[in-house]
Design a protein around this ligand. Structure first.
Ligand code: ADP
Ligand code: MG
Length: 685
């Protein structure tokens, strides 16, 4: 049970003044469902404003607060903005510009003839002064603005800075006093504030010590939880599985296994033979050949008379794995089935029966394979592909499926820097596929200006004449999925005009059937060009696709570009990757693209990505992407994770049951960061 002191933090945001059904959606989009989420919704940065008495005193580009009198409303023409012409106290004109829905509020707030305090960034457009989307407008009878320094929060459509800041302040009022879980010596040395104070400070100013403390809390919670998993796993009994090789020898693979594959399979076989459940991570760059290793592991389970399950993060990937494995298994007599959330009715019933009576040996699917309604006769091995998309908690939920804890093999192509490996997989043993299958050729990577897009289309045409296929990737930027998809659809239309029926499109909002049909057409070679958003990033395997075009490559992270590029260079033909770039590149973006050209080593790219991304912004970037952390930035992870890891280990050594005073505090920490499955393991013993 969650400690009572924490309850106020887990209350839904509805209890706050002003949160109704209308705000729920934008809040949910930001992951802000409970009070706790709001208190941890930390500012991206702070703006410092200067109050000026007129516009002559203000510089262009400066954040100011100034009194303006409204002179004229200019209605939006077509898709243009709504404009408010205003005047300062000495007659300077300034236009306030509003797009979209913001115009309605603006019209009300800025009635003709009224004098208002306006806060925002002063810009110049031609000769005219303007403020685009002023951050605040308030009555001019009050003091200019209580605070000139103001937090800038991540927003979603339908929210304003003022609104979110108000909600955060309300949420912070109810913060409980919690016991200290950080080792006192460390707290002293780092001069970190206490938890409650740290949260309050972090919303007031760019307070590095407060931010670090909050990040450290998260890292410590994670480290502790992983150690609890490890501890509990050691104490549990699984079923030792020993295969006799009868099925594995029946596999007719068109290639010989690499040394790294053989070594990994041997390591897995060793683990499976133990009664303690395996917890192993198989790490191998894209194209390293993880699938056949997973298959061998699953066959060991089947040889031992048990069942195995392969969990994939997406439908596309589940389907593809299923097809690949089914082909490999032809003639072995092994029964394999595919189960996804889409299977309904009779088909689903029959698969469920097969899993229950044991006639299905291997099941491949999305998380649907672990729903309550799915029962297994004897599930002894769970393979999780693209591990980084699932949290540890989810993994444990799976583990509870059988009567005995199944063995777990997690696979990831994300070449995680060492520091992050520790963070994410601290509790697992690791096998590395550090050798690519022979005959792979380096991918010829080039950076091309988007202005040469016509040449690129010409290159595509020549490429198709050789009978080979290609990918065209459009960027997917999280803030506005709809726009991204519109861009992908527009690109698709243009390419289709030129290449006709040879082109198919896949993106995240397509109906699943449409997505499958497109993938099918491409995989079978009937379509030559697959236009896609980043949904193809993970796992898709079409060796005949040897050209990849990535649009606006500068908008992707290095690790992501590497994953994408890994879709080509899978066969024996020479492959090419064209990175289309925009015209104005930042220095970092330029370096990133250059690095992509230079190396194909995923580990090196991941390390450099960390270097290039860290430090750039005032408060550290929070897009930690593939990490399981919400608060800690990549930079903070690098700096603080080793400390948290040592701290957690010491605590576990002294008080493995977390029953002492600090142990109790640590339990609260685990609940706070929702790693409470760690505590539950403790109780289960
Ligand atoms: P990963 O999942 O690690 O990205 P896959 O398992 O999809 O990689 O393998 C990539 C490609 O390499 C597949 O087409 C697969 O058949 C092939 N492959 C795997 N192992 C070998 C090997 N030892 N020799 C040659 N080709 C291999
Ligand atoms: Mg794979």
């Amino acid at each position: 049970m969650r400690p009572e002191a924490l309850n106020p933090l887990f209350v839904e945001v509805d209890v706050l003044d002003g949160v109704g059904p209308k705000l729920r959606r934008p809040l949910e989009k930001l992951g802000l469902a409970r009070i706790k989420d709001l208190t941890y919704h930390l500012p991206d940065r702070f703006v410092e404003r200067r109050a000026v008495s007129n516009l002559d005193e203000a510089g262009v580009g400066e954040n100011v607060v100034v009194a303006l009198t409204v002179r004229e409303h200019r209605a939006a023409a077509g898709r243009g903005p709504f404009r408010v012409v205003a005047e300062d106290d000495i007659g300077n004109h300034c236009t306030l510009i509003y797009f979209g829905r913001a115009s309605y509020t603006a019209k009300k707030q800025l009635a003709l003839g009224e004098r208002r305090w306006v806060a925002g960034r002063l810009d110049q457009y031609g000769q005219a002064l303007q403020i685009v989307h002023p951050e605040h407008v308030s009555e001019s009878t009050s003091a200019p603005l209580a605070q000139l320094r103001e937090a800038v929060y991540p927003l979603s459509e339908g929210l304003t800075q003022g609104r979110i800041a108000g909600l955060v302040q309300q949420a912070l009022k109810g913060l409980p006093e919690l016991p200290e879980w950080i080792e006192p010596g460390l707290l002293d040395r780092m001069q970190w504030p206490a938890w409650r104070e740290a949260l309050q400070e972090a919303h007031k100013a760019a307070h590095a010590a407060a931010r670090d403390r909050l990040a450290y809390d998260e890292l410590l919670a994670n480290a502790l939880a992983l150690m609890l998993v490890r501890q509990s796993n050691r104490a549990q009994r699984g079923s030792p599985l020993s295969g006799n090789g009868s099925l594995r020898t029946k596999l007719r693979l068109p290639f010989a296994l690499t040394g790294a594959q053989k070594r990994s399979i041997a390591e897995i076989e060793g683990d499976l033979g133990q009664s303690a459940p395996m917890l192993r991570l198989l790490q191998g760059d894209v194209g390293a050949g993880k699938t056949v290793v997973a298959l061998s592991a699953m066959l060991i389970a089947v040889e031992a008379g048990a069942q195995a399950a392969l969990l994939a993060p997406t439908e596309i990937l589940a389907r593809q794995h299923f097809e690949t494995l089914r082909k490999m298994l032809e003639g072995t007599g092994v029964e394999i089935a595919l189960l996804t959330g889409r299977d309904k009715g009779r088909a689903r019933e029959s698969i469920l029966m097969g899993l229950l009576d044991g006639s299905i040996d291997i099941v491949v699917g999305t998380h649907a394979i672990f729903q309550d309604s799915v029962e297994y006769r004897n599930l002894a091995l769970v393979v999780i592909d693209e591990q980084h998309r699932f949290g540890v908690g989810q993994r444990l939920m799976l583990a509870r499926k059988g009567r005995r804890t199944p063995h777990t093999l997690a696979m990831t192509a994300t070449p995680i820097p060492r520091t992050l490996t520790l963070a994410q997989y601290g509790e697992m043993d690791v096998s590395r596929l550090d050798e690519l299958p022979p005959g792979r050729q380096a991918i010829d990577t080039r950076v091309v200006s988007v202005e040469r897009i016509a040449d690129v289309a010409g290159a595509l045409a020549r490429h198709f004449e050789t009978g080979q296929q290609a990918y065209w990737v459009c960027p997917m930027v999280r803030e506005n999925e709809t726009d991204d998809i519109a861009a992908a659809e527009a690109r698709f239309a243009v390419l289709k005009e030129r290449f006709g029926e040879d082109v198919v499109l896949v993106h995240g909002q397509l109906r699943p059937e449409a997505k499958d049909a497109a993938m099918e057409q491409f995989a079978s070679g009937r379509a030559r060009l697959l236009v896609a958003t980043t949904v193809i990033e993970v796992g898709v395997d079409v060796p005949n696709a040897t050209l990849m075009v990535i649009e606006q490559a500068e908008r992707f992270g290095l690790a992501q570009l590497h994953q994408l590029r890994g879709r080509v260079g899978r066969g024996s033909e020479k492959s090419t990757c064209l990175l289309l770039r925009g015209n104005s590149l930042s220095e970092t973006a330029r370096q990133r693209l250059a690095l992509m050209r230079e190396t194909q080593d995923g580990f090196r790219l991941a390390e450099e990505d960390l270097e290039l991304r860290g430090g750039g912004e005032l408060l550290g970037t929070r897009q930690s992407g593939d990490t399981p952390f919400r608060i800690a930035s990549l930079e903070q992870i690098q700096k603080l994770l080793p400390l948290a890891h040592d701290d957690a280990r010491l605590l576990m050594e002294r008080d493995g049951g977390l029953s002492g005073k600090r142990g109790e505090a640590a339990r609260q920490l685990l609940y706070l960061f929702e790693r409470d499955w760690g505590v539950q393991l403790l109780r289960g013993g």
